[in-house]
Structures are given as C-alpha cells and as structure tokens.
Ligand binder design. Structure first.
Ligand code: HAM
Length: 410
C-alpha cells in the first residue's frame, strides 16, 4: 500500500472542518485590523532564501532543479517571498502596507509531534513603517489572533540588540552560531562553542540575559541599546493596550533577517514543539533590489495551534439524512433542497437502499432522519426522527426544518 511522504499529513473531513473554522477566525481578525490577503508561489528561486534567511533554514529546504536547470526551493517560510513581491509589485504603494497570508511551507526537518515537513502558517507583514507604533501593532495583532481562536499561550517579547551588544566582539559567523544555539535552547552546544572561544565571562552574561525578565535588568547586563527609546515606546504602547506578555531577552529567532524587537508565543499544552508564533522587525526589501523598507511581522504555526486547541476548534453542525421510498424520491430531492436552502447539510440516499437500511445508515452518519414514506407521501408531511434520542414526529416540512434548528448537532 502506498503511503504519504514522511513528515506530511492527510486531513480527513472532520479535521479539515476544524482547520477551516480556525482559519476563518484568523482571517476575520486580520481583516478587522486592515490586513489584506496576498498569495505568492509555492516555489521560488533558491537564491531568495539563501540570500538572508540563515544557514539553518538552507539545510532544511527542499531544493530542486527544474527542466531548464533553474535552482528552485519549496518555500520554507513566506516572509522573504512577500517582500520580493512587495519589491516587484508594490514598491510605490502608499505605506504602510498591511498584508497577510495563509500558506503551506516546507522544511526538511526530522518529523516529530508538532514538527512536520509540510505545515501551514498564518502570517502578517507590515511593510514600510519604521516606528514603535508599528512594532506594537504587530504584537497586539498577534495577541488578538491567538485570543480570537481561544488558544492558551504565553507571549514573550525581546530585542536582539541586547544579545548583539554582548556578542559584538565576535565575527558575524560566530555570532550566528551562538544565536542558533540560543534559538534552539541548546545550552550544551552553547557551552562548547564558548569554551572554544575561551570566553567564560560571555557565557555568564548570556545566561544572565536569557534568565532576565525585566527591562532594567537587561540594560544592566547588556548595556544601552541604540533603539532604546523606540523599544521603551513600544512597550508602553503594549502596556497601555493591556497586552499580556513577559520579557525574554534570550529570543534569538531561527531566521537571520531580524533587526530589533522579536517576539514568540508558546502554547501551554504542547510538548517540546510548543512555539506557536514567531516574528519581529526586519529589513529585506533592499536586499531584493528595493528601497530600504523597514518591516515587522509574524507567523502563526497553524498546525500547532490546531493541536493545542484539540476539540475546542471543532464546529459541530447537524447532518440531515433524507430517507425515502422509491416513489418518494422526487419529493425527497425537493425536501433536501428546502433543508439546504435553510443552511443545513442534507444528504439523500444514493445506494437505492430500502427505508430500514437507510435509517440504519443514517444512525451512523447523521443527526436527523427526515422520512418520506408512503404515509408521508399521501399526507404531504414528513416524519422527522432525532437519531440521538429516538424521538420522532410527523409534521409539515417547515416545522421539520425549524425542529432541526432548535436541536443542534450531536
Ligand atoms: P518561524 O518561527 O520560523 O518564523 O515560523 C513561524 C512558526 O511556524 C513557528 O513559531 C512554528 O509555530 C511554525 N513552524 C515552524 N516550523 C514548523 C514545522 N516544521 N512544523 C510545524 N510548524 C512549524 C517564520 O517563518 C517567519 N517568516 C515569521 C515572520 C513573519 N517573521 C516576520 N514576519
């Protein structure tokens, strides 16, 4: 029997319904904040990602050559593609630009619970506003989205400048290596790297910074940062808006393009792969041939959010099975149409089963059976049976539709 590729998943209808309903909630929040959806290709020139996204992601990419010998990659994330599109299509659009996307991404990672090779992100990018209110908006929107879908999470806000201050004496390559250890919370690896560098003091300072939970403490450990005023203003806007967050100056982010404020959210009820959102400020436009537009954005790990929500994300809607004799088939179509017009999910028999077999089938697949037997054909009424309670009555079609509406699904 053929199987799906490693790290990918199939989604059965129940799962898809849950996913679509969470997606719709996220879309609605994005809409209310003025973010409009964009779509970019699933594959891009490899160069788009190798230019800036960091060594980690390059090793994790699905890379291939097409028949014309072009080196391409399945997108491991969407930010780089969105900024490429901004440079190609919307450079002159009035700023700021508020865009969002819902897209699958591909990373060649070791699959485990919450970590897949194909996964979906709901992301937003705020392009062309180089200000504290813009940074604050991104964090507020992130919190609003997670609140709207009802996931329980902790939001952590940090700033890369503190860490960069501590690492300022090191070469860019070594800085990246240290930050990659911190991003993966690989403190053993970090200790080895620092040992090689013969910088024990740096190890202590980094440990203190990672453990630090207040802004004054971070300044005391890492010194002043160039964008202190902006970060202070961002934080005061978040406080004024009542956003619940804590500081974490150990956030390093896995992708290389971040420049200042960074933030991540973690779900309370997930295991090792509990990061459900990540983002921050970055500059990519100039690298792709555009202006030096400052941007801020984030992406929600949609699949992790779905796992975290469990049954909460599932919408239940009643299924109505229209059951008829052979003679009643034409009327059954009209009755099904009336239920559908009223917004219900109505299914008719396609297997040419007898009434009894249809009821047995319906008891496994539906919440209500609407029966059009000989008696009902004569009276012009229908019999509606609640398949959960077994209660049934013969009523007019309108009364049957109203009856389904008052009960809900199992
Ligand atoms: P990221 O942190 O690499 O950031 O990914 C965002 C989220 O995608 C993660 O927090 C996680 O929930 C989810 N995720 C990542 N890898 C996997 C995986 N293998 N399986 C399941 N879920 C995964 C970005 O991608 C940035 N583009 C976010 C951003 C937007 N920054 C600025 N704008």
């Amino acid at each position: 029997m053929l199987q799906k590729p490693r790290g990918t998943r199939d989604f059965l209808p129940e799962e898809m319904e849950a996913r679509r309903s969470v997606e719709a909630n996220l879309r609605e929040v994005a809409r209310r904040w003025g973010y409009r959806e964009v779509c970019t290709p699933e594959f891009e020139d490899l160069e788009l990602f190798t230019m800036r996204s960091g060594a980690g992601i390059i090793e994790e990419m699905y890379v291939f050559e097409d028949k014309g010998g072009r080196k391409l990659a399945l997108r491991p994330e969407v930010t780089a593609a969105v900024i490429r599109m901004y440079v190609n299509e919307a450079k002159v659009a009035p700023k700021p630009i508020r865009w969002c996307y819902f897209a699958d991404c591909f990373r060649y990672e070791r699959p485990q619970k919450g970590r897949y090779r194909q996964f979906w992100q709901f992301g937003v990018e705020l392009i062309g506003a180089d200000t504290a209110p813009a940074d604050a908006e991104a964090v507020m929107l992130a919190a609003d989205m997670l609140d709207a879908i009802g996931v329980s999470y902790e939001l952590k806000v940090g700033h890369l400048s503190f860490m960069k201050n501590l690492l300022s004496g090191l070469s860019p390559g070594v800085q990246r290596k240290v930050m990659a250890h911190l991003d993966k919370k690989d403190f053993e690896g970090l200790a080895v790297t620092l040992e090689e560098l013969k910088k024990p003091d740096l190890g202590t300072a980094l440990k203190d910074l990672v453990a630090c939970r207040d802004l004054d403490g971070a300044f005391a450990i890492a010194g002043n940062i160039p964008d202190k005023e902006r970060f202070d203003q961002t934080i005061s806007l978040l406080d004024a808006a009542g956003v619940k967050y804590s500081f974490n100056f150990g956030i390093a982010r896995g992708l290389d393009y971040y420049t200042g404020m960074v933030f991540e959210a973690f779900a309370a009820n997930l295991g090792a792969e509990n990061q459900i959102l990540g983002g921050g400020t970055y500059r990519l436009a100039q690298l792709f041939g555009g202006d030096d537009a400052a941007s801020c954005g984030f992406a929600i790990g949609f699949d992790r959010v779905i796992v975290s929500l469990g049954d909460i994300g599932r919408r239940k809607e009643p299924v109505v099975a229209i059951i008829c004799t052979e003679e009643g088939r034409r009327r059954a179509l009209a009755v099904a149409r009336a239920f559908r017009d009223a917004g219900y999910r109505a299914e008719t028999d396609l297997m040419e089963r007898g009434i009894g077999a249809q009821v047995t089938h319906a008891s496994k697949t539906a919440d209500f059976a609407v029966i059009i037997g000989k008696r009902e054909s004569e009276s012009g009424e229908v019999t509606i049976k609640n398949l959960q309670s077994g209660e049934q009555k013969t009523v007019t079609l309108d009364a049957a539709i109203a009856g389904v509406g008052s009960h809900g699904a199992r």
